[in-house]
Design a protein around this ligand. Structure first.
Ligand SMILES: Nc1nc(=O)c2c([nH]1)NC[C@@H]1CN(c3ccc(C(=O)N[C@@H](CCC(=O)O)C(=O)O)cc3)C=[N+]21
Length: 337
């Protein structure tokens, strides 16, 4: 039976859990109660795995500081005041502090000119304390995302959005300097959960530049047979129902129901959507692109939302920034420089 080994190994959790997490907390109990229909053994604990990765990174940072006197630095550029972007940027800076990185921030007003944003990016390109530059997306409409992303030095492109990085991902025999964080996090979850990829059928739902397309390329590089399903695909459900691995990144709340999932498949849900819920404290709750309960009934392993892919995105951003700092230490030359 496909992927039966996961049934035997049970829940996909990080090997070591901190004592802080082991303590029962009322909020955890509430979450557990609402998700009670799904056995814990099916859950991929993205939050816990991300925590493990952050502690691995923190150890390496301490060594880097001690041996080379170098502290990894991440610059985060935020334009405008979208609430969701502000929240994400805050958690990225918090994660930096937690692992011992320096973080630099530029908060620019929504009506800032494209030239001004370019100047900020150029300044970070030239700043040796900065090993990674992230321009939070989406940008306001009057600013060309393409122009800004193209301006980020490829050696500091820890988001992996530069066309040279994405292009290398698509070519056999080449390796990008950085892999985009969200799809990298999806693969990291599969690998840490020992889900076999080579030779398996994978279905990626959604074809965005930042998730769907690079996720499909990463799976293909690991020898999966990948099908991409998108808004113009006739009968995406039928195609998805043949897949051993499903990555849902279509941006439509709960679109992928249990009917889309082959029994025993592994489901990675990238979506983050707010759904009205009068019983929730804020009046809404977060749901993915997958209808969790019905999909979990069919899947062997599934990521929850929140607590799945989201925390992994930030962990991969830290990993990419650490890698960039490591290259600065070793003086590794990169193509074109
Ligand atoms: N240049 C750029 N790079 C990005 O990587 C980028 C971006 N722009 N724009 C927006 C998206 C979104 N994104 C997330 C990061 C963390 C969580 C995350 O940690 N989520 C938690 C908490 C969710 C919550 O409570 O709000 C979870 O899913 O458990 C989610 C989403 C990065 N993005």
């Amino acid at each position: 039976m496909a992927l039966s080994c996961h049934r035997q190994t049970g829940a996909c959790r990080p090997a070591a859990r901190s004592s802080r997490r082991a303590a029962p907390r009322p909020s955890t109990a509430v979450v557990a109660a609402t998700a009670s229909a799904v056995p814990a053994s099916k859950l991929i604990d993205g939050k816990g795995i991300a925590e493990t990765i952050r502690s691995e990174i923190a150890k390496e940072v301490a060594v880097m500081k001690q041996q080379h006197g170098l502290t990894p630095g991440l610059a985060v550029v935020l334009v405008g005041s979208r609430k969701d972007s502000e929240t994400y940027v805050r958690s990225k800076k918090k994660a930096c502090a937690e692992v011992g990185f320096d973080s630099y921030g530029s908060d620019l007003p929504a009506d800032v000119s494209e030239e001004e944003v370019l100047k900020v990016v150029e300044a970070y390109n030239a700043d040796p304390r900065v090993h990674g530059i992230l321009v939070q997306l989406p940008l306001p409409k009057h600013i060309s995302e393409k122009r800004i992303l193209d301006a980020i030095s490829i050696e500091k492109d820890v988001d992996g959005f530069h066309p040279l990085n994405i292009g290398s991902l698509a070519m056999r025999g080449r390796d990008p300097l950085f892999v985009p964080c969200t799809p990298k996090g999806c693969i990291e979850l599969l690998e840490r959960c020992k889900v076999p990829i080579s030779g398996r059928k994978a279905c990626v739902i959604g074809r965005s530049n930042i998730v769907g397309m690079p996720a499909a390329l990463l799976l293909q590089r690991r020898d999966a047979t990948v099908t991409m399903v998108h808004s113009k695909t006739p009968d995406g459900q039928r195609i998805c129902a043949e897949a051993d691995i499903v990555i849902a990144a279509c941006g439509v709340a709960e679109m992928v129901t249990g009917d889309w999932i082959k029994p025993g498949a592994v489901v990675i849900d990238v979506g983050i959507n707010a759904k009205d819920d009068p019983t929730a404290k804020k009046g809404y709750r977060l749901v993915g692109d997958v209808e969790f309960e019905s999909a979990a009934a069919k899947a062997s392993l599934i990521t929850p939302v929140p607590g799945g892919v989201g925390p992994m995105t930030i962990a991969m951003l830290l990993q990419n920034t650490l890698e960039s700092a490591r290259r600065a230490v070793t003086g590794e030359k990169v193509a074109g420089h």
